[in-house]
Design a protein around this ligand. Structure first.
Ligand code: GAP
Length: 441
């Protein structure tokens, strides 16, 4: 089998595992779906939230120079006029004369002939990717608003608010996580290119001449994050984006690309946005967004470094990196080698048998006590122990704890490690320490 075929197979396996085990479902599935939308099930939402929470902890809570914000998704449409999105946030579109299907022109190999019906493709035109809607009861041009296409905008318009409330010294940053919406012409590759997705973004404001230091600082921080969250570093590449390919606001951009099963594609972006946004919003709003530097007694518009992380692309890169097949005890098994810091379940607790009240009672006691000190503990008493291990392996649970008859005699339990299948007998009183040290709590 060629490597490509293997990789194609991997994507199908990941999609199928996600559906079967309650990570990710097609959006509006029972109505035939809605292209470019995905719904997260119980394990998917846990994985996604753990990723967002870990990111927030690392990039906001642990920092002295970072300020979190949570701006509204609907913003005054002038925001997107000033930022250049109304005039320039578009992809080239082409339409088939015959079947009327629309394609993103820059991704087509044959720009003349329709890949679906063989009809003739029309000329290219720019298609704006912002979703438009109307605020209030009047549906005319005066009530048009957009669903935000990036979380960044909410941070620029709140720059002055944060400065006025906290008086931070430069350099400092604002951070925001949340939904963004893009009317992608061709959503594809599972959750990779969706119409509704989430971003985790930072706008880091610096003195104009100090942007290079901050750019380098965040390049390293992004590499550190990639490793910590469990994305295989050897499959990540930094691409210096050339002059003609950068977004309209950027003077330097690095794309972090990842070898997804369908090819090498953008995972994250790091951009130097200069003073483009603050200057544009100052002009557009009539509010002065310059900064008075107490040290130098000068007033100027700060420049911005923007690390931008897609949540769904993180989920997909993590799943691609974690998906493992091996042979354990003569049996093929599938497991997700997820880091305990983001695994939906960290420990699963099993009573050896379901119909022995004394075992259930003891197992419940262990479960309840662990739950008080370890996050994300699950209970599982379905099927035999072997099946329970397989089920937990498949969702990436690092540890399983089994309560058996010996537990009742000597207060010990079996703790089993997901990655090597090894089992160890430990005292219940040692369990918490053992797991805490293994997950680095
Ligand atoms: N504020 C800068 C910005 O939005 P971008 O490169 O357009 O830059 C940033 O998007 C990140 O958002 C991407 O690197 C990717 O992780 C994620 N992203 C962008 N479009 C996406 C889509 N249609 N579906 C899923 N994730 C997307």
């Amino acid at each position: 089998m060629s490597d490509n075929k293997k990789e194609e197979g991997l994507m199908e396996k990941i999609v199928s595992l996600c559906k079967r085990r309650g990570f990710i479902y097609q959006g509006s599935e029972i109505y035939g779906g809605l292209a470019g939308t995905w719904d997260y099930g119980p394990l998917g939402v846990a994985l996604k939230r753990n990723i967002i929470n870990l990111w927030w902890k690392r990039f906001v809570e642990e920092k002295e120079d970072m300020y979190g914000v949570d701006a509204a998704i609907l913003m005054n449409p002038k925001v997107w006029d000033s930022s250049g999105h109304v005039s320039g946030f578009s992809d080239p579109l082409t339409e088939c004369d015959k079947c009327k299907k629309r394609f993103r022109a820059d991704t087509l190999e044959n720009k003349e002939k329709c890949g679906e019906c063989g009809g003739k493709l029309g000329g290219e035109r720019q298609f704006n990717m912002m979703f438009k809607t109307n605020a209030g009861a009047t549906e005319d041009e005066s009530s048009v608003v957009y669903l935000r296409p990036e979380t960044a905008g909410g941070m620029f318009v709140n720059f002055k608010n944060v400065v006025d409330s906290f008086h931070p010294r430069l350099p400092f940053g604002t951070a925001q996580t949340g939904k963004a919406f893009r009317n992608e012409i061709a959503p594809r590759d599972f959750i990779f290119r969706a119409r509704e997705f989430e971003q985790m973004e930072i706008e880091y404001f610096v003195k104009p001449l100090e942007w290079e230091n901050a750019f380098e600082k965040f390049r390293l921080a992004m590499k550190g994050w990639i490793k910590e969250v469990g994305i295989k570093e050897e499959n990540v590449y930094e691409l210096e984006v050339g002059d003609g390919d950068r977004a309209h606001y950027s003077k330097r951009t690095i794309d972090f690309e990842f070898d997804f099963p369908f090819g090498r594609k953008e995972l994250y972006g790091l951009a130097y946005r200069t003073d483009f946004d603050l200057t544009a919003h100052s002009k557009g709003s009539g509010t002065d967004l310059s900064y008075y530097d107490e040290e130098t007694k000068e007033r100027y518009v700060p420049h911005v470094i923007e690390p931008s992380f897609g949540v769904e692309r993180t989920v997909l890169a993590v799943l691609t990196s974690a998906y493992t097949e091996d042979n354990l005890g003569g049996e093929t098994r599938v497991y997700l080698k997820l880091s305990p810091s983001i695994a939906p379940v960290i420990v699963a607790v099993f009573p050896l048998l379901k119909n022995k009240p004394e075992l259930i009672e003891k197992a419940r006691e262990v479960y309840t006590n662990l739950k008080k000190v370890i996050p994300r503990v699950a209970w599982d008493d379905n099927g035999n122990i072997g099946k329970r291990y397989r089920r937990q392996d498949e969702i990436g649970t690092p540890f399983c704890v089994t309560i058996d008859f010996d537990t009742l005699e000597d207060g010990t339990v079996t703790i089993r490690n997901r990655d090597n299948g090894e089992q160890e007998r430990v005292l219940i009183t040692e369990l918490e320490n053992k797991i805490s040290s293994a997950i680095g709590n």
